[in-house]
Design a protein around this ligand. Structure first.
Ligand code: HDL
Ligand code: ZN
Length: 402
């Protein structure tokens, strides 16, 4: 049955909110990975986005802030950003969205009471995955962080929900240290050990993609070193896509720790060259700077082995998502991966996806209404197909996974 402008809004809304989500990039871990699995309000308030806002809105000395335990840091963030100031930033609004979803009223309650109420409502990843409708997600797994990598020594977690990746930033940021770690695990020391090590990690973790974050300087390393030439050949042999997160400048304020990264330059002509040099490799790409978005979308029309994804980090702001989302649809149709959560605390899945759908819904409604006005038949089947593609299949098909 074809939809009309009268019944389209409800059908689109219901379909969008009932379609299971495959979350392409997160920093989440399964509950059994102690020390890496993060849950709850205090962890939410220790999110580095909020810490950056706290340290720049107050004159708290970063080294003093970071000397506090997580409870004290959370309480300070709450008091400074949510009590003494109005919590209108995207990261603050995210916390409030979760509280609203859990029916937790603030009403001048003490922070301790709010925490107690929260802990009674959120106590496992199960209710978070249900509330967010995320059916599976990709973790960020660093094969050069041997403690974090110990996750793969166990089988006490759901590998259908928590899919793995091979995050290779350390090979760029600290190649010699990474090579040393690899050689410490083998008998002879040679560059080939990197490929042998990646092969071992691949067999151990069954990643759905490899990933690196880069800026212009590191892109050159990428294009010129023999190690990366070997890695590209190895990735192609595995039919393993490479996720490129472009335009980051690590540690522009080192005293801020994880909150101290900023935007770095990137030359997207080098991305285009990469797609041409390695036509059989697949690249999932997102850019950190607003200034790179138009050129990236145009490249998405030129290279079949490139797939654009998400609104990464400083791009994940309501004020800019709508404009870039419409630009992507205008130039790529629905052939891109519209969002990922980048969640670090499991509870963030709830707000990251609610906030995105709030922007996506009116944008999609406008495009579908325009099609109906042009007498193009929009059926419920088409709506459900498109929602499945946007929230799941576009990513899984490009990755070659079910
Ligand atoms: O490099 C990345 O994967 C980024 O997402 C960083 O982890 C960043 O700190 C972040 O969490 N952004 O959302
Ligand atoms: Zn990330």
């Amino acid at each position: 049955m074809n939809l009309t402008n009268d019944n389209l809004p409800d059908k689109l809304f219901n379909s969008m909110h009932s379609t299971p989500i495959f979350d392409l990039h997160t920093h989440l871990f399964p509950p059994t990975h102690k020390g890496y699995y993060l849950l709850g309000l205090k962890n939410l308030l220790n999110y580095h986005y909020l810490i950056a806002e706290l340290l720049t809105a107050t004159n708290i000395e970063p080294s003093i802030f970071y000397s506090y335990n997580n409870d004290k840091k959370a309480s300070l963030v709450w008091n400074e950003l949510f009590v003494k100031r109005t919590p209108v930033s995207e990261a603050c609004a995210g916390v409030l969205t979760i509280l609203k979803q859990l029916n937790i009223e603030i009403n001048n309650k003490s922070f301790a009471l709010i925490c107690d109420e929260y802990d009674q409502k959120i106590n496992s990843d199960k209710n978070i995955l249900e509330l967010s409708n995320v059916s599976s997600l990709v973790m960020t797994n660093n094969p050069f962080d041997l403690d974090e990598w110990s996750l793969f020594n166990n089988n006490d977690w759901n590998k259908k929900i928590y899919l793995s990746s091979l995050r290779l930033d350390d090979l760029i940021l600290d190649y010699q240290e990474s090579l040393k770690k690899v050689n410490d695990q083998t008998t002879d020391s040679s560059e080939n050990n990197i490929i042998d090590y990646l092969e071992k990690c691949y067999l151990q973790s069954n990643p759905v993609y490899a990933a690196v974050s880069l800026n212009s300087d590191s892109f050159n390393i990428f294009l010129q070193t023999s190690t990366w030439k070997k890695i590209f050949i190895w990735l192609q042999s595995k039919n393993l896509p490479l996720t490129l997160m472009l335009g980051v400048n690590r540690g522009i304020n080192k005293s801020f720790g994880l909150a101290g990264d900023g935007i770095g330059s990137i030359n997207l002509k080098e991305l285009s060259d990469l797609c041409n040099i390695y036509p059989k490799n697949k690249f999932l790409v997102t850019c950190l700077s607003f200034n790179d978005q138009h050129e990236l979308v145009v490249l998405g029309r030129k290279h079949p082995n490139l797939r654009i994804f998400g609104f990464w980090w400083f791009m994940n702001q309501p004020s800019i998502i709508k404009q870039i989302l419409k630009m992507r649809i205008d130039m790529l149709g629905f052939s891109f991966i519209p969002q990922h959560s980048d969640a670090r605390v499991s509870d963030q899945l709830i707000y990251k996806w609610i906030h995105f759908k709030k922007i996506l819904y009116p944008v999609l409604l406008e495009y579908y209404q325009d099609l109906i006005d042009k007498n193009f038949p929009i059926s419920e089947t088409i709506i459900e197909r498109d929602m499945h593609n946007l929230f799941c299949a576009n990513a899984k098909d490009f990755l070659g996974i079910k």
